[in-house]
Design a protein around this ligand. Sequence first.
Ligand SMILES: Cc1cc2nc3c(=O)[nH]c(=O)nc-3n(C[C@H](O)[C@H](O)[C@H](O)COP(=O)(O)OP(=O)(O)OC[C@H]3O[C@@H](n4cnc5c(N)ncnc54)[C@H](O)[C@@H]3O)c2cc1C
Length: 338
Amino acid sequence: MMRIEERVPLAPCTTLGVGGSARFFADCTSEAEIGDALHDARTHKIPVAILGGGSNTLIPDVGFDGLVIKVSIPGMTFADEGEGSMATVGAGVSWDAFVREASERTLWGIENLAGIPGTVGGAVVQNIGAYGSELAETFVACDTVLLANGASKTIDRSLAALAYRTSLFKHRRDLVITRATFRLAKRGTPNLAYPGLKEAQERGDPLATPGEIAEAVRRIRSEKFPHGEGTAGSFFKNPILPLAQVEALKKRFPELPTSALGEGRAKIALAWILDHVLNLRGYARGPVRMFERQPLALVTSPRARAEDVEALAHDIAKRVRETIGIDIEREVETLRAK
Ligand SMILES: Cc1cc2nc3c(=O)[nH]c(=O)nc-3n(C[C@H](O)[C@H](O)[C@H](O)COP(=O)(O)OP(=O)(O)OC[C@H]3O[C@@H](n4cnc5c(N)ncnc54)[C@H](O)[C@@H]3O)c2cc1C
């Protein structure tokens, strides 16, 4: 039974572990509970913010003066479909629990995305990606609830506008995802092109099934991210730039890793710039620092505040702008009203 709590600290609901409290907080395990919570918020004219696993969210120190709805809808079903299986998953299910279940059923398509923290709902919003794979490759549709009136609406892949770390749901902030459907395949070919996996293959690690690949990805990831400290993974996005600008950067920095995206644009590796151009690996400002083993990730110590995270993030963005003339965008979102 859903209860609306008051003055709930939000830092423990996120992986960065900073920030203030929610004036009201509702942990919702069904569409009906989300509908009730939204109805209450409308009646009392309170702003609403949505939280999944909090692994891509920065909570401001002032907290949120409204209702935070945590989406905890459970459930996974797999419907056989000849060559594949349609998986329908509650938005509150842990993404990696979904990857594990799919692997156990030897279903292909999401194994390279193993070990990414957060919920299935958050994964869709962000169109998560890693190790040469993206959620968009298997996404079919999702069910949503409209903030304004609690009505249900299904958004299919043509409307969902999934692109590099973004989707319709980043702009249409009036939609709460309640469930998502993915098409997984019974047969697949291992995608081992990415560094890390390629090395594992050369070492002779077993990488023939979705489960083996997922385990290898989890192993590699566990060496790349901090343990026992706050982080939200990559804090900034890799910039996507017109080819002419990328060529000019390549002239200055011939070793800069880039990947062509078509339509006259390419993605550049911001971690390489932070590391090799700006020397920011391990760079600290008070209780927050750029992680030594992964300079795109920002790490917080237990006494850090959101303002410390903001200060370091602004500092980094300013250095990148001044040195290479690019405005970088954050991947991590600040909690705000829908
Ligand atoms: C150690 C670490 C490693 C990471 N590695 C990767 C990686 O390799 N690749 C990658 O892409 N990401 C990575 N991330 C980032 C993060 O895990 C993903 O973005 C994840 O999908 C966020 O899910 P969440 O449930 O935690 O979202 P939250 O942080 O709770 O929310 C993120 C945004 O989505 C919205 N939202 C959440 N749930 C819903 C919903 N049901 N309906 C509508 N809106 C919703 C929120 O309002 C917010 O705007 C990493 C994070 C960490 C901490």
